[in-house]
Design a protein around this ligand. Sequence first.
Ligand code: XBP
Ligand code: MG
Length: 253
Amino acid sequence: MDLEALIFDVDGTLANTEKDGHLQAFNMAFEQMGLDWFWSNEMYHYLLSVTGGKERIKFYLDSYKEDFYHDNLDSFISEIHKQKTSNYLELISNGLVPLRVGVKRLIDEAMSQKLRLAIATTTTPANVDALITSTLGHEYMSSFEVIGAGDVVPKKKPAADIYNYVLDKMNLEPCQTLAIEDSRNGLLSASSAGIESVLTVNEYTNEDNLDKALVVLDHLGDKDNKFSLISGDATKRTLVDIEYLRELHAKNC
Ligand code: XBP
Ligand code: MG
């Protein structure tokens, strides 16, 4: 089957949003709500093993605040997460977090070669809009045929739900697509949906077990910024372009 579509993860893939975006937004929300909770970068690295902000807060309480009680915990967590999301939207809308290397170049090339594009993320839908609008421009939102995000599915990554949702909406077979991801959770989600992945790691994911990935790179590369191949078949290429993706797809699908 030919490669018809690229499915992009968001956090850690399109942009390194976690440290300067989500983590700051969580800690701001804790302070705004009068909670003595604070997530260090090291703690956040651990908490990132759980996807979804609401689920991550619950994981934090289970891991570090077993004695914390609230008579309607789910509702309280949702209230905290709503404040966090408001903080995040402000941070991202102020252009705080740029796109990662090669992301705009690859998206533009995919569109020029009539490849279909989609998003598969566990983050809140509004966060996707804010990031794309602040880094690419709001007109790029329509470039993504489907934006599968957050609670649109019952189970978040590493479950396959979000990738199956995108495949279903696009009426595509797994082997007509490739996923661009950054983490083990994302890789397992795509893989469980039968989709092969190209991984671009970051400070939170560079030690993840990514053995199912087609290739693991430090970033997508650009003309003057060669990528480093961390694992996968050796290549003379120095940036991820559509030709390379088609080559990887043809060898593995
Ligand atoms: C990363 C996540 C998200 C964000 C926080 O998503 O796991 O939960 O960390 O966003 P992905 P929310 O890598 O799939 O883009 O607080 O909105 O969940
Ligand atoms: Mg990610």
